[in-house]
Design a protein around this ligand. Structure first.
Ligand SMILES: [Zn+2]
Length: 203
């Protein structure tokens, strides 16, 4: 090998080393680009997972706080002290105990007849386990009661709009509940017109 050949061979070797180094750098660059893409994708999906978990948590918490309404509304009938021979029919509602500790809900109660609805007078709050009464109407013995179903809107008794005498609480789910109610229930009314005249109802 002549001196020129040695120089040429060395030059080729240097060039090869340089090419190899470039290839290695390119591979490394690509690997790290892929790795950062993967890690971006994985942090995106873990953020999505977190959002989903948080959402699921809030929805479940919302359900945990949901008032437990009886399947049917019972009624009680008392003679109207101001109108002898007429009877006042009241709906009795007691929220049942659930997983959540007893609490006060703000409520709005509406009665449904076959073709109309009316707001019912009675308590503005219901507490788990405590019976509340709502006036359904005044009837003569044997008359049916027109209200066949109640719909109840419930709200958490929050500090802003709740009764200040009660412990405030709120549901963090973020539901826009101003008019619609935070929770809603429709419950059929049990009433037997023949019950009037039954001594049990003549208080
Ligand atoms: Zn809620």
């Amino acid at each position: 090998m002549t001196g020129d050949q040695i120089i040429a061979t060395a030059a080729v070797a240097v060039a090869l080393v340089s090419i190899i180094a470039n290839v290695l750098m390119w591979l490394e660059a690509r690997r790290s680009a892929e790795a950062s893409e993967r890690s971006a994708a994985s942090s995106e999906s873990s953020a999505a997972d977190s959002r989903r978990m948080a959402r699921l948590g809030l929805d479940q918490y919302h359900d945990y706080l949901r008032p437990r309404v009886p399947g049917r509304v019972q009624t009680d009938t008392v003679e109207d002290p101001n109108r002898p021979g007429r009877y006042m029919v009241q709906a009795l509602i007691t929220l049942e105990a659930g997983e959540a500790p007893p609490r006060d809900y703000r409520v709005s109660v509406t009665g449904h007849t076959l073709n109309s609805t009316m707001w019912l007078s009675g308590a503005f709050t219901m507490r788990t386990g405590r019976e509340e009464r709502y006036f359904l109407g005044s009837i003569s013995p044997g008359d049916p009661i027109k209200i066949v179903e109640l719909s109840v809107k419930f709200w958490p008794n929050d500090a802003v709009s709740g009764d200040s005498g009660l412990d405030p609480w709120s549901c963090p789910c973020g539901l826009d509940d101003q008019d619609a109610g935070h929770w809603r229930a429709r419950v059929p009314v049990d009433f037997d017109p023949s019950a009037i005249g039954d001594p049990r109802y003549l208080h």
